[in-house]
Design a protein around this ligand. Structure first.
Ligand code: HEC
Length: 137
């Protein structure tokens, strides 16, 4: 299940399950880019699909955490309650991620592997920063 429109009509439990699936897609897409960054060879077509997957998730993520979709929803979730109690801090982490994912999409279009390598580090830092504060180990 994908898309902001769909996410809005979901029960809290289904919203939690939906976001876990979306994050898995983000994880797989980011791995595609990181593998290319490590190998030193950009394969523009697959990198572009991966970067767009991440950017689309970054646009939709604001809908993924409706009230009640934490552990109390009954879903298997690692979302920390700080997501709701520190909503401003969480929003900041989401915005940083959105900005870096758009910059990654642009870097891929340049076709320049070293630009992609630089962006991969900066984008990865926004994942880790959010996970550190807002996701259980
Ligand atoms: C603004 C916060 C935030 C950002 C940014 C973020 N994540 Fe996450 N991520 C989470 C939260 C919260 C969860 C736990 C979701 C749940 O279990 O309900 C999660 C879960 C995951 C999961 C686990 C899904 C599973 O199988 O349980 C993966 C993989 C993941 N994120 C990858 C990434 C990658 C890669 C990036 C960066 C490209 C990223 N995330 C950026 C907050 C974030």
């Amino acid at each position: 299940m994908t898309g902001a429109a769909l996410a809005q009509g979901l029960t809290p439990k289904a919203a939690a399950e939906n976001r876990v699936n979306r994050y898995r897609e983000v994880g797989a897409a980011f791995k595609t880019i990181n593998d290319q960054a490590k190998s030193g060879t950009l394969i523009k077509m697959t990198a572009r699909i991966a970067a767009r997957t991440i950017s689309a998730a970054a646009r939709d993520q604001y809908q993924w955490f409706p009230a009640g979709s934490g552990p109390e929803s009954g879903a298997k979730t690692k979302a920390k309650t700080a997501i709701w109690s520190d909503a401003a801090g969480f929003k900041k982490a989401q915005t940083a991620f959105a900005q870096q994912s758009d910059l990654m999409t642009k870097a891929v279009e340049t076709g320049n592997i070293s630009a992609v390598q630089t962006r991969a580090k900066l984008l990865g830092a926004t994942c880790s920063a959010c996970h550190r504060n807002f996701r259980e180990e």
